[in-house]
Design a protein around this ligand. Structure first.
Ligand code: IMP
Ligand code: MG
Length: 207
């Protein structure tokens, strides 16, 4: 009776995720990954600050967080739990990249929202703003649906190398250099989304 399912679950998880340096060493050995741009601690600290700011700004008018899949899924999960308000959540999936590390200039809606935006305070939660194409497209598309308000929260904003559409981003986690980065939800060809920190991807375009 002592060896309950719960006991085994605790043992199994402490053998794996309890040893976070063991998880990291898998990534440290990957030659496609470069330097750590943002550590686990830096990200957690900033996400908590963003959550506090959003909690303050949206008091009395609970937001509908619109997560942009797939890249924002981890950020959204962490951010939502740092917001002390009875919020709503919905998801959109868009594709602007295919598997390349440069923008294709095309945004496609792969999954649309379930919730009607009329009268709601919508906060788009995005992983990264690069050319700004994805966000400006999304912004216009959601504005046309009659929300009470619309704002953008992006974990990362790349310093622009080329002119990009003017976009008001109310909440920015970090400004980063214009390098291709992966981790904390961000991928290259669907890989590295579960890398716990954010690192430079150095291997060029995947096959
Ligand atoms: P934008 O349309 O050029 O602003 O690019 C936005 C989208 O491209 C993001 O939502 C990401 O999915 C993807 N993206 C842009 N830069 C990166 C990067 O450095 N790593 C991973 N994905 C990126
Ligand atoms: Mg994205």
């Amino acid at each position: 009776m002592g060896d309950s399912v719960d006991d085994r679950a605790v043992t199994a998880s402490s053998g794996l995720s309890g040893d976070s340096s063991g998880v990291m060493s898998v990534w440290d050995a990957d030659p496609a990954l470069g330097r750590v741009v943002l550590s686990v601690e830096q990200i957690a600290q900033r996400v908590a600050e963003l959550g506090q700011a959003i909690t303050r700004d949206y008091a009395g008018r609970p937001p509908l967080l619109v997560g942009v899949l797939k890249g924002a899924f981890i950020f959204l999960a962490d951010l939502a739990r740092k917001i002390g308000l009875p919020l709503e959540l919905d998801f959109m999936a868009v594709s602007s990249y295919g598997t390349a590390t440069k923008t294709s200039g095309v945004v496609r809606i792969l999954k649309d929202l379930d919730i009607d935006l009329t009268g709601r305070h919508v906060l788009i939660v995005e992983d990264i703003l690069d050319s700004g194409l994805t966000l400006s497209y999304l912004r216009n598309s959601l504005l046309a649906r009659g929300p009470e308000s619309l704002a953008v929260c992006s974990l990362l904003v790349k310093r622009a190398v080329a002119p990009r559409p003017h976009l008001e981003v109310a909440y920015v986690g970090f400004y980063i250099e214009p390098e291709f980065v992966v981790g904390y939800g961000l991928d290259v060809a669907e890989r590295y989304r579960n890398l716990p920190d954010i690192r430079v991807y150095t291997a060029g375009e995947p096959v």
